[in-house]
Design a binder for this molecule. Structure first.
Ligand SMILES: Nc1ncnc2c1ncn2[C@@H]1O[C@H](COP(=O)(O)OP(=O)(O)OP(=O)(O)O)[C@@H](O)[C@H]1O
Length: 482
């Protein structure tokens, strides 16, 4: 969620006025801004003037070749994704142009439903590369809510250490692994690393490895040759080729299948790969930033994640603390989000009542910063005055448990607590509910048994019925003191 971003913008360059008109209709204001040009020279002036998020470019125009125009756009700013439009006869040219840095190509005629997801993905990619992720660890954060870019806030020692790590590692051309629960800011950290790196003026692409089935992910990353499998009716250039010289952010790397893990290992080791259906090796120079909310120690212990790949990805690790472990950052961020969203929503906001803040700080935030942002928005929408009182909060948030169902003997059923937690996770939009719930249960379980056994790892492992290495891994992963 980008807090202060203007409407996404697209530059369309085509000598067919009908296409320009259709794109304006498909991407209406105020949700989008569409600039149109009937030739490459006008396109370049608009590009320089408006710095659009993405470009849609016809490669066969009467007065100038779209390929020459592609080259000129890439020289002006290689971070801006360019989607090529091509006729059937020229598809091969467009495909070749992808290894020269085009983002995607589409064959005319196309339906709006075919092109709109492509445009949104290009805009998203462009914003990740260009919208600054500004690291702020001092009080300026609460005063300045309207500067462009994402403010990445944090004053607690663990987050300040994350900021230092970003500073240390950004300019070194090493692979970075970013670990943390869902919503802790892994993507913003990846963007900050890229933006402070030597490759900041080169391509940045992001892929969510969990969102794409294995065979599509393989094509997406490595490309394929025409006819290499049913449905492969054109050659495809993968991200390891289009991102050459740039940075690739692989989100949810912990969800990669064994086949994809072995292919990733090879490209990281050898810096070369083959397109699916080809035996020709292609050299590539891509910096990898990977992220996951999975417990990779446990995944390696149970054999579902390759340890050799882990060590390749993990030339440097950044662990993001859960929001509930960030102490006074919670009230500071809450205040910042209230000010920012109130501005955006045109709501009158003056202050947060002490009981409201108490509830917010006692909540465990399984969805972390993303959940906090959601709660603040919901609260503002419900608020009927400038003072934020507890009644405006989502039902049940941070309330003391004494009001909830008791089991008739003065005790609340622990499964009720689990159900409440589950409801919150569902509401937070989390996509790793199982991990989140297990982590929370493990925290209670491990801390309790360690306390009862005087922190004796062998005895605690025996009582829990798990091996010592597994217990040590879990303690480390959950950040518990043993
Ligand atoms: N320290 C921070 N200060 C301000 N905003 C933050 C901070 N960390 C994260 N955010 C915001 O929280 C939201 C979630 O962050 P992000 O998408 O980076 O999390 P994530 O860990 O990648 O989540 P997931 O695991 O679900 O992909 C974004 O809107 C981001 O801008």
């Amino acid at each position: 969620m980008q807090l202060n971003a203007p409407a996404p913008s697209l530059l369309v360059v085509d000598d067919d006025p009908l296409i320009l008109q259709v794109m304006k209709l498909c991407l209406p204001e105020p949700d989008y801004r569409v600039y149109t040009a009937e030739n490459a020279a006008d396109g370049q002036s608009l590009f320089a003037k408006h710095a659009p998020d993405a470009v849609l470019l016809d490669i066969q125009m009467a007065r100038q070749s779209g390929l020459a125009a592609l080259q000129e756009f890439r020289e002006l700013d290689p971070r801006v994704p360019v989607i090529l439009m091509t006729g059937h006869g020229t598809a091969e040219i467009a495909i070749s142009a992808m290894s020269g840095g085009a983002f995607e190509y589409i064959t005319k005629p196309f339906e709006p439903d075919d092109i709109l997801p492509l445009i949104d993905s290009a805009i998203e990619t462009s914003r990740m590369a260009r919208l600054p992720a500004v690291l702020l660890s001092d009080n300026r954060v609460t005063n300045n809510t309207d500067a462009a870019g994402d403010r990445v806030l944090g004053q607690c020692p663990a987050v300040v250490e994350v900021f230092r790590s970003i500073g240390r590692v950004a300019s070194q051309d090493v692979a970075v692994l970013v670990l943390g629960e869902t919503g802790t800011g892994k993507e913003v950290v990846a963007r900050a690393i890229y933006q402070h790196s030597k490759r900041h003026d080169q391509v940045f692409h992001a892929i969510n490895c969990a969102a794409i089935p294995e065979n599509l992910l393989e094509s997406e990353l490595f490309g394929h040759e025409k006819g290499s499998f049913t449905g492969a009716d054109q050659r495809r250039i993968g991200k390891f080729e289009t991102c050459n010289g740039g940075t690739l952010f692989l989100d949810e790397i912990g969800d990669m299948t064994p086949l994809m893990q072995s292919k990733m290992l090879r490209v990281l080791q050898e810096k070369e790969f083959e397109r699916v259906g080809s035996s020709r090796s292609i050299k590539t120079d891509v910096r990898i930033i990977a992220a996951t909310n999975r417990d990779l120690d446990a995944a390696m212990a149970d054999g579902s994640f390759r340890s050799d790949l882990f060590y390749r990805l993990n030339e440097y690790t950044i662990r993001l603390p859960a929001l509930r472990d960030r102490g006074d950052d919670v009230p500071m961020m809450t205040d910042y989000f209230f000010r920012t969203f109130a501005n955006q929503l045109g709501k009158d906001f003056r202050s947060i009542a002490p009981e409201t803040m108490r509830r917010l700080t006692s909540h465990t935030w399984p969805g972390n910063v993303r959940e906090l942002q959601g709660v603040v928005k919901q609260t503002l929408l419900k608020a009927s005055g400038p003072l934020i009182v507890p009644a405006f909060l989502p039902i049940g948030l941070g309330e003391s448990k004494s009001g909830v169902d008791l089991d008739g003997q003065g005790r609340q059923s622990w499964t009720d607590d689990l159900s409440l937690e589950l409801a919150r996770l569902l509401e937070s939009g989390s996509h790793c509910i199982s991990d989140e719930m297990h982590n929370q249960v493990d925290r209670v379980l491990l801390q309790g048994v360690l306390k009862a056994t005087g922190n004796n790892i062998s005895e605690a492992a025996a009582r829990l019925g798990i091996s010592r290495p597994t217990l040590r891994n879990r303690i480390r992963y959950l950040g518990l003191q043993s």
